[in-house]
Design a protein around this ligand. Sequence first.
Ligand code: HEM
Length: 407
Amino acid sequence: MEPQSQDLKTTPSLSLERFHISEDYGFLLPNPLKELPDHYRPWMEIANKLSHLIESHQLRAQVNKMPLLNCQFLKSYRQRRLAHLVLSFISTGYVWQEGEREPEEVLPRNLALPFVEVSKNLGLPPILAHSDLVLTNWTMRNPEGPMDIRNLDTVISLPGGESLRGFILVTVLVEKAAVPGIKALVQAVNAILQRSQDSLLQALQRLRHCIQDITRTLGQMHDYVDPDVFYTVIRIFLSGWRDNPAMPAGLTYEGVSKEPLKYSGGSAAQSTVLHAFDEFLGIRHSQENADFLHRMRDYMPPSHKAFIEEIHSAPSLRDHVLSSGNDQLLTAYNQCTEALAELRSYHLTIVAKYLITAAAKAKDKRPSHPPGPPQALEQRGTGGTSVLRFLKSVRDKTLEAILYQHG
Ligand code: HEM
């Protein structure tokens, strides 16, 4: 059936610009800043030597001496994103400086007040999230050079040396690898609206190649991140204070609220990429897992969350493929879905290596007498979910979306 010209005019097409998604960098913040206005020098001085201050157990004392600064001199969006990155890194260092056995349960007002203010302004939670660790935390050594790991660096660091750098930058490269897929998705949604089967088929093929490229890029974790360093040094700083037995009551943000507040830790479950692919492909997760994943959307920049919701309310790709009776479309849809399940299977092997095997190794090394307190975060994700069960179910539900040819 041909579309009526009326429909074409009145149906708004989907665009990246409307959701502050970059043509070149996708959900990554384009050209993140490295410096704040001079007024914020006390924050930057701490942030620039954060790893050293944490490792030498001096961070809490330094933060306690920090002046209370007003957020009004943060003039641009990119300045506010850098301020959130800096304050989130300082906060996670402050809470976890002495490890999971002695977390600091009160964030002092000179840190808590500006952190909560800038968070409210950005619509982000006052905790280190994927949008800080990855989306805002990258810079090109040579701006004219290629976007590969040798030419990239982080803006702010944490303990973990080269492995921490690799963990952040490989994830930056995953976000970059997702860009053609996001564009393919937009092309596909518009192709459905305009009932252009050729354009839809081409978009689905592009999306499959992009998902396969994401899987290859994820493989660089093995080259740059040491599992022992990830497990014993880095992981703790990604922990949150919700569903975390090490901090059952949450964190008190002094001067903000008398009641402690609870927020999940940083995780690529907060990346918009797979949420967008899931919505587009019509993957239905179990209620419990969907609840967790939906909660993770509150840790994304609001315009990126709105993009996912827009895809959710766009005409259904699955319905379109089924009603088209077009075998090529059905095959292309299934190939995307299989590629996404393969990505998730590959991610599972990474999680097994970096969390489960590394945890067992760390346990072997730990002296058994006298027995220490239980390791609260062991074999649990940064969000406190029972990791492998969760990830396997998410992968299996992806496979369940495969469509069967009739006739
Ligand atoms: C050493 C590297 C990594 C480890 C140890 C790891 C670990 C985890 C864990 C434990 C979860 C469970 C949820 C949570 O606890 O927050 C998770 C979820 C997730 N991770 Fe990773 N992750 C790694 C790298 C990545 C990268 C680079 C991506 C980028 C695509 C990614 C994408 C996801 C997604 C999308 C989820 C949500 C579940 C899903 O939609 O399949 N992870 N990850």
